[in-house]
Design a protein around this ligand. Structure first.
Ligand SMILES: [Zn+2]
Length: 135
């Protein structure tokens, strides 16, 4: 199933540039920006999708890996799970509104930064239980 049209996209390129500028001016330490959590590194290994973008910090021969996390009320326990971007169509069709956060990670120096967040699908009215009417 093709991906549904995203409803809202936030691009974090400016924040990424600011972080890298801080690093080059000595206002941030390398260990502060190359601090990928072990879970993120594991997700990159198992669910990551290769990019052609070189790491902006270590410029390692292996390009950055992108990991996508999906969140949504309808996802239940799967909310917050890493998944491949091709799954969005099915997820949004089955579970209503989902938000996908894309994180780039360098598996060499552990640089990581949020790339974008995107909302897919429709908000569904929540099923609310009616309170028993007192009589
Ligand atoms: Zn790197």
């Amino acid at each position: 199933m093709p991906n549904p049209r995203p409803r809202a996209v936030i691009d974090y390129a400016l924040a990424r540039r600011a972080t890298l500028a801080d690093l080059s001016r000595g206002r941030a330490e390398r260990q502060d920006v190359c601090d990928a959590h072990p879970y993120l590194l594991r997700a990159a290994r198992h669910h990551g999708e290769p990019t052609e973008t070189a790491c902006p910090v270590c410029h390692h021969a292996e390009p950055l890996t992108r990991v996508t996390y999906v969140f949504g009320d309808g996802l239940g326990e799967s909310s917050g799970r890493a998944c491949a971007t091709r799954d969005f169509g099915e997820l949004a069709a089955a579970y209503g509104e989902i938000t996908a956060y894309v994180v780039e990670v360098c598996r060499h120096c552990h640089w990581n930064h949020l790339v974008s967040s995107t909302v897919y699908g429709e908000t569904r009215p929540k099923v609310t239980r009616r309170r028993a009417v007192r009589g």
